[in-house]
Design a protein around this ligand. Structure first.
Ligand SMILES: *Cc1c(COP(=O)(O)O)cnc(C)c1O
Length: 340
């Protein structure tokens, strides 16, 4: 038996893609598959997204783009991050990747999207340079689509004003949050990442936006023992029983991506919600049970009602970071792709 099993459901991903395409009402959906598809497996996710309505792929680095180009000839692939070296530009040119450009120097012989700074305060040009032939798109990135739609709308107004004369170019600004909740952000295309994976860009229940989690993660009780009052479990004795308490030990820890700051979150043991107690160690964590359960009882860490958003709240972070951190080391977890 593997210590844990990660299942990626491409059927759920396809349904999320179709939901987003419907929401976009005519704007193109570009699938953001950077960081190995937010930990889900970029190649698998890209294929399913392209097969169900996405019209391009977006990544952060040239290397990510090259890996996808090897699998998907002829598909539009946009590298959104900065490209530092002339070698990377040459690779991008050879592989027909498109590049987001944030400085006035526009590389030759490769299709580019000029990135305008409208309020993110990160990459981006203050104003558009003179038009060059290899510019195919104009883009900006919204800082607050998930939290402050008013500021996002102000960014959009700046962007649409600055780009009004370039209607022939593909204009794109929306991420998942904007695509779902700010209709005027959709423009010609939306760059959606987190929503593809059935995760809420708002940290809420993804079902509220018609999205289904794509990744599930399962392990089992490797040991079950009763702690007496005053006895503890785990490093630092951070959990001490105050009455006789059944504790289950799950053989997954922070080295697998079950973060050390997720103490207090909820997993499902034998289908029932149970609290993670004590210090999460490198290779295991503890759950408090309400009764003795057999060793081998399934424990769901994610999916099937256990939300990344719940873990993110416990860890005071965002669901993005939870899924990006799940380990893909085949020596530690088995990964299965299904098409449910
Ligand atoms: C990562 C990224 C996105 C996707 O954002 P989500 O919130 O995951 O939809 C869109 N645009 C840019 C520039 C990005 O870096």
């Amino acid at each position: 038996m593997h210590r844990s099993e990660i299942t990626v459901d491409l059927g759920a991903l396809r349904r999320n893609v179709r939901t987003l395409v419907r929401e976009l009402g005519g704007a193109e959906l570009w699938a953001v598959v950077k960081a190995n598809g937010y930990g889900h497996g970029a190649v698998d996710v890209a294929g399913a997204a392209l097969g169900s309505g996405a019209s391009a792929l977006c990544v952060a680095t040239v290397q990510e783009g090259l890996a996808l180009r090897a699998e998907y000839a002829g598909v539009r692939i946009l590298v959104m991050g900065p490209v530092a070296s002339s070698r990377d530009i040459a690779h991008a040119r050879d592989a027909d990747l498109e590049l987001a450009v944030s400085d006035a120097e526009i590389p030759d012989g490769v299709r580019v999207h000029l990135k305008l700074e409208t309020g993110m305060g990160r990459y981006g040009l203050a104003e558009l340079p003179g038009r060059t032939d290899n510019v195919v798109g104009l883009m900006t990135h919204l800082a607050t689509a998930d939290t402050d739609p008013r500021f996002a709308r102000a960014q959009l107004e700046r962007f649409t004003a600055a780009t009004a004369e370039h209607a022939g170019l593909t204009r794109h600004a929306a991420n998942s949050a904007a695509a779902l909740r700010i209709p005027e952000s959709r423009l010609d295309a939306a760059r959606c990442g987190v929503a593809l994976y059935g995760l809420s860009p708002f940290g809420e229940d993804p079902a509220d936006d018609g999205l289904e989690p794509v990744l599930s993660w399962q392990s089992y009780l490797a040991q079950v023992k009763q702690r007496q009052p005053g006895e503890s479990t785990g490093y630092g004795r951070r959990y001490v029983a105050d009455s006789p308490t059944w504790i289950g030990i799950v053989p997954v820890g922070y080295a697998d991506g079950f973060r050390r700051d997720m103490t207090g979150t909820e997993v499902r043991v034998g289908g029932e919600p149970r609290e993670v107690v004590g210090t999460v160690s490198m290779d295991s964590f503890a759950v408090r049970l309400d009764r003795e359960l057999p060793v081998g009882t399934p424990v769901v860490l994610l999916g099937h009602g256990v939300l990344a958003e719940t873990h993110a709240r416990a860890a005071e972070t965002i669901n993005y970071e939870i899924v990006c951190g799940i380990g893909s080391d085949p020596l530690r977890a088995r990964r299965t792709v299904i098409d449910g």
